[in-house]
Design a protein around this ligand. Structure first.
Ligand code: SPD
Length: 357
């Protein structure tokens, strides 16, 4: 009898341990059981107070995870084993995720705040009718530079980055499309170019930039440039805005040969378990007062017209971050290049990174 009781206790303990381990695993992989919502967003891309407010307002518990590139995010969602309810891909990634059937349709009837989005940011080519994606932030790629450290340079041309005077003094954002795009644009080619000769030419040109490249980094780029650890950097516009709040010697420019205009939108991946909660979250983020606070916190440009009207003039009137449509119309949106070409861009970028070692 004693043996039977011991066996029973052992089975009970083992079950409890297994249950706990499963719970921990699910939590770390973004399990959205119960009244939870799992959000998969770029790093440094939301005011954390807003998550707390959303939880308080709705009674939903948010599990929040971050990524640092569209490619990493798509791989994770494709692999499965996650239950993300919300993600925030960029334009070309949205087009690819739609193609790969990784997105659920969004019910606009559940988003009364959608009316606040400036029509200029709706119905874009990567998702006509916004059937699968709702605008979050937008911006450009350009050069942030420290007026005190770069001599006469104003970076109206990408080619100024190649000046030997900038030896070991520039930082690059860790993005395959951004760096390859910059290489292609500096040669006068499109940042969506698929011509192999042009791509190899761009890689050779990037290799020539190596002596000037101090580091290729993620979100730390803001801290490094604000602390004057480098004279210039190729960055996303919102990161530039945030650095410029910290250091008044910094300025931001989009070089004249052309660059990228991008759009990050909220989506509901097919991994979602809390579709209702996902709609509630999207509608919450579209509220003008919430979107304005989020914009002031992260520094990126809001597509929400009612939120923009609430922002101070030094933000909403800054043409470096809210350029006129005439300028953005001249910039290019990244195309969904297709699986093979996208991998090729990534390989070339990796080869460039290896060339530095
Ligand atoms: N730290 C937040 C970065 C978000 C940048 N998204 C830009 C994507 C451009 N393709």
């Amino acid at each position: 009898m004693k043996q039977l009781v011991n066996l029973f206790v052992s089975v009970l303990v083992l079950s409890a341990v297994l249950l706990f381990a499963t719970y921990r695993l699910n939590a770390s992989e973004g399990y959205s059981g119960g009244n939870t919502l799992t959000i998969f967003n770029w790093g440094d891309y939301i005011d954390p107070d807003l998550i707390a407010e959303f939880e308080e307002q709705t009674g939903i518990t948010v599990i929040y995870q971050t990524f640092d590139s569209n490619e990493a995010m798509m791989t994770k969602i494709e692999q499965g084993g996650t239950t993300f309810d919300i993600s925030v891909p960029s334009d070309y990634a949205i087009s690819k995720m739609k193609e790969d059937r990784l997105l659920l349709p969004i019910d606009h009837a559940k988003l009364p705040n959608l009316k606040h989005i400036d029509p200029r940011f709706m119905n874009l080519s990567f998702d006509p009718d916004n059937a699968y994606s709702i605008p979050y932030f937008w911006g450009t790629v350009g050069v942030v530079y420290n007026r005190e450290l770069v001599g006469d340079h104003e970076f109206t041309s990408w080619n100024e980055l190649w000046d030997p005077a900038l030896h070991n003094d520039i930082l690059l954002v860790d993005g395959a499309r951004e760096v390859m795009g910059m290489g292609l644009n500096s040669l006068g080619y499109s940042l969506n170019d698929k011509n192999e000769e042009h791509l190899q030419e761009a890689k050779r040109k990037l290799n020539e930039l190596t002596p000037n490249v101090k580091a290729i980094v993620g979100d730390e780029i803001k801290m490094l440039l604000a602390n004057e650890e480098a004279a210039a950097g190729v960055v996303w516009s919102g990161d530039a805005a945030e650095m410029m709040w910290e250091n008044e010697n910094l300025d931001y420019v989009v070089p004249e040969e052309g660059s990228n205009v991008w759009f990050d939108n909220m989506v509901i991946p097919t991994t979602a378990k809390n579709i209702e909660g996902a709609h509630e979250f999207i509608n919450f983020m579209l509220d003008p007062e919430i979107a304005a606070r989020n914009t002031e916190y992260v520094g990126y440009s809001t597509p929400n017209a009612a939120a923009l009207a609430l922002l101070p003039e030094d933000i909403s009137g800054d043409e470096r971050f809210y350029p006129a449509p005439e300028l953005t119309d001249k910039l290019e949106v990244y195309d969904n290049l297709g699986k093979r070409m996208l991998s090729h861009y990534n390989e070339l970028f990796l080869e460039f990174k290896m060339h530095r070692k």
